[in-house]
Design a protein around this ligand. Structure first.
Ligand SMILES: *Cc1c(COP(=O)(O)O)cnc(C)c1O
Length: 361
C-alpha cells in the first residue's frame, strides 16, 4: 500500500517488458509443485511498530540470522490463497480478506505484529500483477499465493523476535493430489496427533506441519492420498486431513468438526458450509465420531489447495471402508456452485470475489 507511486510505476514498466514473454510451462501437466516465479513481496516491521513500506523484489533466497526466532523457535505463520484468470481475462481473488484476518488472529496467538487487512490484500494484488505471466490460462489451474509472516529477528532465549518479515511468493499450480479428481483414499492416523488442546491447531502456524510429515509420508508410502487425524484427547473424533477440512454426509445431512481450538478454520470450509445451507442442506458443526465417518453415505475434503475433493475410501485400524461414487453426490453440487462463483458463471451475491485491477495497481 505504502509505496504506491514508485512501485506502481516500476511495476508498470516491468509488466510492459514481461507482457509479451511466454512462460515455458506445460499447462496440461501442471501439478501442485513449486514453480518459482519472477517476483516476491517483502515488508518488514520491528517489534512494537507497524508494517509499512513493503515492496516487490526479484524472487530469490532471503538472508536470515542463524539466531532468528523463526528458525530456532518456530515463530511463523503461513497463508494460502489463489488468483484465477477468468475466461474474459479478468484476474480475481477469492475472499482474500478471510486469509488476512486469519493471519491476524494467528499473529496474536504467536506474539507477532501483522499487516492490516488492506495491506495484506494490496500486497497480494501486487504480487499477482508482478507475476501475471505465470497465472495459468483460464481452466488450467491458478496462481497459488503463499504469504509468510515470520520472526526474523534474533534471540538466544525463548522470546518474541525483535523483527518480523512478511513475505509473499507465488507459484502456478493445478491439481493438489496426483489422483486429479479421482476420489481420495485416507488413512486414519491413530498413533500420531496433529494438534492438541490449547495448542495452535486453529491457526496456520508453521509448527503444525513438521510433525505431520512422518504420518503423512508413511501413509503415502502405503499408497494413501492423505492422513486423517483424530482428536488428541480421546482418539474418537475426526479432526482433519494434513491441510484440508473433512466433511461427512449421512441421509443428506452434512457435518464437520467444529473450529474449536484444534481445527484450522478453512476459508473453503466456511464457504462450503454457506453454499450447502443456501442449497437447503442441514449443516452441523460438531464433534464427529470416527464410526460416523465409517458409516457415512459420502465424505469429502475442502481446502484452497485441494478445493473440494471426494473421499473414496477410509482405512481405520486395518479396516477399509469404501464410499459409493455417483452423479448425485452432495459434494458435486457444492463444488459446482463454488467453482461457478469463482469462474463468474454464478452471480457473486456474497461479495466473495475481489477483482484485481490490471490497468493501474
Ligand atoms: C490451510 C489448511 C486448511 C484449509 O484452509 P483453506 O482456508 O480452506 O485453504 C485446512 N486444514 C489445515 C490443517 C490447513 O493448513
Amino acid at each position: 500500500m505504502a509505496p504506491a507511486i514508485s512501485s506502481s510505476t516500476t511495476l508498470h514498466s516491468r509488466e510492459e517488458a514481461k507482457e509479451m514473454e511466454q512462460v515455458e510451462i506445460d499447462w496440461e501437466n501442471l501439478g501442485f509443485g513449486l514453480t518459482p516465479t519472477d517476483y516476491m513481496y517483502i515488508m518488514k516491521c520491528n517489534k512494537g511498530d507497524e508494517f509499512s513500506e513493503g515492496h516487490i523484489v526479484p524472487y530469490g533466497n532471503i538472508e536470515l540470522s542463524p539466531a532468528s526466532v523463526v528458525l530456532n523457535y518456530g515463530q511463523g505463520l503461513f497463508e494460502g490463497l489463489k488468483a484465477y484468470r477468468r475466461e474474459d481475462g479478468k484476474l480475481i481473488l477469492f475472499r482474500p480478506d478471510q486469509n488476512a484476518s486469519r493471519l491476524q488472529i494467528g499473529a496474536e496467538r504467536m506474539c507477532m505484529p501483522s499487516p492490516s487487512v488492506n495491506q495484506f490484500i494490496d500486497a497480494v494484488k501486487e504480487t499477482v500483477l508482478a507475476n501475471k505471466r505465470w497465472i495459468p490460462p483460464s481452466g488450467k489451474g491458478s496462481l497459488y499465493i503463499r504469504p509468510l509472516l515470520i520472526g526474523t529477528g534474533s534471540s538466544l532465549g525463548i522470546s518474541p523476535a525483535p523483527e518480523y518479515t512478511f513475505i509473499i511468493y507465488a507459484s502456478p499450480v493445478n491439481k493438489y493430489f496426483k489422483e486429479g479428481s479421482a476420489p481420495l483414499s485416507l488413512y486414519v492416523e491413530d498413533e500420531f496427533d496433529r494438534a492438541s488442546r490449547g495448542g495452535v491447531g486453529c491457526v496456520k502456524s508453521i509448527t503444525n506441519y513438521g510433525q505431520a510429515l512422518r504420518p503423512l509420508t508413511r501413509a503415502k508410502s502405503r499408497g494413501f492420498s492423505d492422513v486423517l487425524f483424530l482428536d488428541s484427547v480421546t482418539g474418537k473424533y475426526i479432526e482433519e486431513a494434513s491441510a484440508a477440512n473433512v466433511f461427512v454426509v449421512k441421509d443428506k445431512k452434512i457435518c464437520t468438526a467444529p473450529t474449536k481450538g484444534t481445527i484450522l478454520p478453512g476459508v473453503t470450509r466456511s464457504s462450503i458450509i454457506e453454499i450447502a445451507r443456501d442449497h437447503g442442506y442441514e449443516v452441523e458443526e460438531r464433534m464427529v465420531e470416527i464410526q460416523e465417518l465409517l458409516s457415512a453415505d459420502e465424505a469429502f475434503c475442502t481446502g484452497t489447495a485441494v478445493v473440494v475433493a471426494p473421499i473414496g475410501s477410509v482405512t481405520y485400524q486395518g479396516k477399509r471402508v469404501e464410499y459409493e461414487a455417483g452423479d448425485n453426490l452432495v459434494y458435486k453440487k457444492l463444488l459446482s456452485t463454488y467453482t461457478g462463483i469463482q469462474k463468474g458463471e454464478i452471480e457473486d451475491k456474497k461479495g466473495w470475489i475481489v477483482e484485481i485491477n490490471q490497468s493501474s495497481s
